[in-house]
Ligand binder design. Structure first.
Ligand SMILES: NC(=O)c1ccc[n+]([C@@H]2O[C@H](COP(=O)([O-])OP(=O)(O)OC[C@H]3O[C@@H](n4cnc5c(N)ncnc54)[C@H](OP(=O)(O)O)[C@@H]3O)[C@@H](O)[C@H]2O)c1
Length: 274
């Protein structure tokens, strides 16, 4: 929706919702001073591209990592050299206390949060008969529980008119061998997003699950031969892997005023591979 239409809509809302639309102008005012985004798992890969792109859109950004501190700091430097503000915070999303601390650090630095992107995730593949307890449990801890802890904190703290975006995967449709537990941990994100969008009714917060296809990061390429990767590329209509920026572009669109009407959805950004 264009800004003019948004204001037009404000003029016809009943008085009872006036307080909500009143916050819209506060929000607009705040965009001049910079809104804030927390992107989990933004030291590299898709998360790093999302953090940099949201910074370009005017957000101050909290960059999160679990082990790669130097990479997270490099993302912060990149954002700062583009004239925006960023901090990096170490926090394992599988630990609810760490997730609360991540949001606390963000609030201390920037005074609140407008956008949460629950991007952090891991992928461990094996046929179900060979999947170890350790790999299964870690995927559940990071993806299924970590996605929940991040969205729960987002539900508590994101300001009205904000966005909460979690990360599913197009594998929830492709359902390929060896991907069972990973796909299950990602399918949960689609349910979280749909339910939370309804639970936050009245706050004008849009909640969605982003479902990328094959994206050129180590999560996808590690453990695959060049030949295997080229086999995947041949199956994509655009004849290439997605790049992290392809996904960041869609996230930026969802976070823009024009993206607010998309809520409770799983947004498949996969170049047509499914
Ligand atoms: N790449 C694809 O083809 C693809 C396709 C569909 C969906 N996805 C989803 O997209 C998201 C990003 O994937 P990616 O390809 O960018 O992955 P990636 O390149 O492996 O990057 C993963 C990021 O998550 C962080 N991370 C991992 N475990 C964490 C934890 N326990 N707590 C906090 N941060 C953690 C990593 O931090 P460190 O650097 O500190 O390790 C890193 O910043 C994931 O949710 C993934 O499932 C990816």
């Amino acid at each position: 929706m264009s800004r003019r239409n948004l204001l037009g809509a404000a003029a016809i809302v009943p008085l009872a919702t006036g307080a909500i639309m009143g916050t819209a102008s506060a929000q607009t005012a705040r965009s001049g001073t910079g809104k804030t985004a927390i992107v989990t798992g933004s030291s590299r890969g898709i998360g790093a591209a999302v953090a940099k792109r949201l910074a370009r859109e005017g957000y101050s950004v909290t960059v999160n990592f679990v082990v790669n501190r130097d990479m997270a700091r490099a993302v912060v430097r990149d954002i700062e050299s583009a004239g925006r503000k960023a901090i990096s915070v170490q926090a394992d999303v599988s630990d609810p206390n760490a997730v609360r601390r991540l949001f606390d650090e963000n609030d201390k630095a920037f005074g609140g949060v407008d956008v949460v992107v629950a991007n952090a995730g891991i992928m461990r593949l094996a046929p179900m008969s060979d999947m170890t307890d350790e790999n299964f449990n870690r995927m559940i801890d990071v993806n299924l529980k970590g996605g929940f802890y991040t969205m729960r904190e987002g539900a508590r703290r994101v300001r009205n008119h904000g966005r909460i975006i979690t990360f599913s995967s197009s594998i929830t449709q492709l359902r390929s061998p060896t991907y069972g537990p990973y796909a299950a941990s990602k399918a949960a994100q689609e349910l979280y997003a749909n339910v939370l969008a309804k639970e936050l009714a009245g706050r004008m917060i849009s909640v969605n699950a982003m479902a990328p296809g094959l994206v050129n990061t180590t999560l996808f390429t590690d453990g695959k031969t060049a030949q295997e990767i080229s086999g995947f590329v041949q199956r994509t209509p655009h004849r290439r892997l997605g790049e992290p920026e392809d996904i960041a572009n869609v996230i930026a669109a969802l976070c823009s005023p024009d993206g607010m009407w998309v809520s409770g959805q799983t947004v498949f950004a996969n170049g047509g591979v499914v």
